[in-house]
Write a new protein. Structure first.
Length: 331
């Protein structure tokens, strides 16, 4: 169902033109140094644009917004931000306090002064590459932020399109909480630091991910807090520092650190790993590496999970004994 929308082209928020777009939708079309923002009328009271027609789009989703016009496809009544077009000097900057979805619908966006996508919303954020589209995001070469895609909350990346990410500052993709990947074709072709850096846990359900040309780790997953919850049912409230790969294809090459670094476990239960799975690291040193449905039990291992038989030379070891896992430092 369509609803009347308002084309907001200035800070005054005057309705310059009425268009028909889907309910719960904000459409943003980039063109050089300008951007056109169109807001569906059913959510116009909850979304404000402070950037006018600038290609550096700044949007605030009201703190009072808690979902409207819920449907089977949009069961939470969240807002969809649909981004398309091209700009070599632009960004998408969003704040708010309710989950939302950012749909990339044929977007080429470079921000020479910060992240291409800067989402300062601590709730669940879905980033979707729409089917049949190719999208490319590039950031600036400074270190005032953590990623070309910088998300404050939980991040879900999905879609049947392609997303290319170039990180010239720190990480290509940074999620302050968990990161889940499904279906999407994701190509990270450069990053000054990690290709993907997230907290809580990383889960690859399916899709194709290629990471290359990164200065540090291909993927790093760390605890958000100081104590691991371990794996939880359906990953609810999980803060484990775990890496999980269930399906899909993951290719990691030309990196400066480790292919994968995690504070918790590294689990491959399926999919294709096109990288040296031994070139990984459990940075917390108090977990095990799992392959398939089996896990390494009693014994002594190095920090990459390789069995070393016993503690011999100087170094740090993981010891599993009688159901307990602990770290041993040999001096």
């Amino acid at each position: 169902m369509k609803k009347t929308a308002y084309l907001l082209a200035a800070l005054m928020g005057i309705a310059l033109q009425s268009l028909a777009i889907d309910k719960n939708t904000v459409e943003i079309v980039y063109s050089g140094t300008t951007a056109t923002v169109t807001i569906a009328s059913n959510i116009s009271s909850y979304v404000s644009v402070s950037s006018g027609t600038s290609s550096h789009v700044v949007i605030t989703q009201s703190e009072s917004f808690a979902g409207v016009d819920k449907t089977t496809d949009n069961e939470d009544g969240e807002i969809y931000y649909v981004l398309s077009g091209s700009s070599s000097d632009g960004e998408f900057n969003l704040t708010g306090s309710f989950k939302c979805e950012v749909d990339l619908n044929g977007l080429t966006l470079t921000n020479p002064s910060g992240p291409a996508l800067n989402i300062q919303n601590g709730k669940r954020i879905t980033i979707s590459a729409k089917s049949g589209t190719t999208n490319t995001l590039t950031d600036a070469a400074n270190e005032d932020y953590n990623g070309c895609i910088h998300v404050k909350g939980h991040t879900k990346m999905k879609g049947k399109g392609t997303l290319n990410v170039i990180g010239n500052s720190k990480h290509a993709i940074y999620s302050k909480e968990y990161l889940e990947i499904k279906n999407i074709t994701l190509n990270i072709t450069a990053a000054k630091k990690d290709g993907i850096h997230c907290k809580e846990y990383f889960l690859m359900e399916s899709g194709t991910v290629s990471i290359s040309g990164v200065g540090d780790d291909g993927i790093q997953c760390e605890l958000e807090g100081t104590t691991s919850t371990g794996k939880t049912a359906d990953h609810e409230e999980e803060d484990s520092g775990n890496f999980y790969m269930e399906k899909g294809t993951l290719t990691i090459s030309n990196y400066g650190g480790k292919a994968i670094k995690a504070d918790g476990t590294i689990t491959y239960s399926g999919g294709k790993q096109n990288f040296d799975t031994s070139d990984t690291m459990i940075s917390a040193g108090l977990a095990s590496i799992q392959i398939g449905n089996s896990s390494k039990s009693s014994g002594v291992y190095d920090l990459s999970g390789h069995s070393v038989g016993s503690v011999k030379a100087k170094g740090v070891y993981i010891v599993n004994k009688e159901g307990r896992t602990y770290k041993v430092i040999a001096k």
